[in-house]
Design a protein around this ligand. Structure first.
Ligand SMILES: Nc1nc2c(ncn2[C@@H]2O[C@H](COP(=O)(O)OP(=O)(O)OP(=O)(O)O)[C@@H](O)[C@H]2O)c(=O)[nH]1
Ligand SMILES: [Mg+2]
Length: 476
């Protein structure tokens, strides 16, 4: 438990119906008693029952000036977000109102909270483990309903349960091995070699399956970057607008309209797609356009998926061929999600006009890329394009599994290290078959446990906590 009481504005700044100032800590109740007057006077709030809401006014205790009419929620320890006394002041959401209430709580003895400090207290007071605490920010930042479902699963402890199960399996194996070590002189039943092998195999499989789930987990959490490229005037910005359903990017008949990168997020069957419109790629003397083109090539390098747009109403030009060449060269290096194979869709736009482009030539130049015909103006073929993108990612299957899903780099790293320790133990067991060195295996198993503990926060340093909670907003 902490000695000081923290305070923060928990709702986003700006005008709104309701804004909340939240307090947590041992003097939360004293503070609210000093600055709140309910219908029946100010003493009333101190004797209020836990988890009740009170209507009244916030006032300055010295000047007696009323600041706002509010609803105050009283939540007494231990059944609260932080396991401490929590008070939430629901005021009108204007920056001055909330700021004045916040300053008043500080004047009465509270301290301004750090980012994520309420959730950090929930973790340090044992209400949630670290993986669950981290999921709070994923819930807040979820980009599609599928990513939200995955984050909620983690918040409810799906990942933690899975980690605890593996932790328990390792611990059981370790206990057997240590018993064999301690009592080997005394004719106790020594653990069979094959039993250890079986145990290690099952633990390794469980860790691998969690690591494998991170492919889905990361896509759902961070989204996939998808860059639209092509020569000027083929309809890149029109496609962005069509996918978004709004006129976000400027579209004109003049080649070279888009000069900078425009990024928006769209939901493609649950996958958050960070879709990027770029400047048309061509030789130019215009300095601004040149910079835009440099940015477009750079965006293409870092992209998970490239949509190469061609104008189906014309034959391929020298400019198109240069882009195709560039795409082939760059994508051969392997995009982040591609496992070596380039992820790209060839989009033949303007299919509402007469088709002139030679599809056979495109298939020859980019043999393994899906080709989709669309019209950004009529919307024809857009569903097919969405399906093609979905098909490229996750082999068409984005499913949020019943089981746990790993999405944090910190968790993936810890799981990999834990698995390495298990592999090391397997290696020791295999190489020293005739005389398995149980001590060595025990050391590896202890290491594996340590790494798993980092995920749930059992074995975590202050530095790690600082990094984890610095991603949060103040007031959460
Ligand atoms: N007929 C037809 N015209 C289209 C289609 N898509 C875009 N256009 C037209 O093509 C022209 C260029 O469209 P933009 O979306 O600005 O093309 P862009 O590729 O972003 O061009 P830059 O930003 O200059 O590189 C505009 O006049 C659009 O109306 C389509 O599907 N069919
Ligand atoms: Mg454009």
């Amino acid at each position: 438990m902490f000695h000081d009481t923290i305070t923060a504005i928990s709702t986003p700044m700006g005008e709104g119906g309701i804004g909340i100032v939240r307090l947590s800590g041992s003097i939360s109740m004293d503070i609210i008693a000093k600055i709140f007057r309910g219908k029946k006077g100010k003493a009333n709030i101190l004797s209020a029952k836990s988890h009740t809401i009170h209507y009244g006014k916030i006032f300055h205790p010295e000047t007696l000036q009323v600041i706002d009419t509010v609803l105050v929620s009283i939540m007494k320890a231990p059944h609260t977000y932080t396991c401490e006394d929590v008070v939430e002041i629901n005021a009108h959401s204007g920056s001055i109102v909330l700021q004045e209430i916040l300053e008043l709580t500080i004047l009465m003895g509270a301290r301004l909270a750090q980012p994520g400090e309420f959730t950090k207290r929930a973790f340090l007071n044992g209400r949630v483990d670290l993986a669950q605490a981290e999921a709070v920010i994923d819930v807040i930042r979820a980009k599609t309903s599928t990513s939200l479902a995955a984050a909620l699963g983690q918040l409810e402890g799906r990942l933690s349960t899975e980690i605890q199960r593996i932790h328990a399996d390792i611990l059981t194996l370790l206990a057997h091995i240590e018993a064999s070590l301690d009592f080997s002189e005394e004719d106790l039943e020594i653990m069979e070699d094959t039993e250890i092998g079986k145990g290690l195999l099952s633990i390794e499989a469980q860790l691998s399956s969690l690591i494998e789930s991170s492919r889905y987990g990361k896509i759902l959490k961070e989204g996939v970057s998808c860059v639209i490229v092509g020569k000027p005037n083929v309809g890149k910005s029109s496609l962005l607008n069509a996918l978004l359903g709004e006129a976000r990017a400027i579209v004109t008949h003049i080649p070279g309209t888009t000069r900078d990168i425009i990024e928006e997020i769209i939901d493609v069957n649950g996958i958050p797609l960070r879709i990027v419109d770029t400047a048309g790629l061509r030789e130019t003397m215009d300095i601004v356009e040149k910079e835009g083109i440099a940015r477009a090539w750079k965006a293409m390098e870092g992209a998970d998926v490239v949509l190469l747009i061609l104008d189906s109403s014309c034959l391929l030009t020298h400019e198109d061929l240069l882009i195709i060449e560039g795409l082939r060269a760059r994508m051969c290096e392997g995009a982040p999600l591609a496992k070596g194979a380039p992820l790209a869709v060839v989009v033949l736009n303007k299919c509402d006009l007469t088709m002139v482009i030679d599809e056979t030539q495109i298939k020859q130049l980019l043999p393994d890329k899906p080709v989709v015909c669309i019209s950004s103006i009529t919307g024809d073929g857009l569903e097919g394009l969405r399906d093609a993108i979905k098909g490229l990612l996750l082999d068409g299957q984005i499913r949020i599994s019943e089981g746990a899903m790993v999405s944090s780099v910190r968790h993936i790293d810890a799981l990999r290290k834990s698995r390495l320790s298990i592999l090391q133990a397997q290696n020791t067991q295999n190489t020293l078959k005739t005389n398995p060195s149980l001590e060595l295996i025990a050391v590896d198993l202890r290491d594996a446990l340590l790494h798993l503990g980092i995920i749930t926060g059992e074995t975590t340093t202050e530095d790690v906590l600082d990094v984890v909670f610095s991603r949060f907003c103040v007031g959460k």
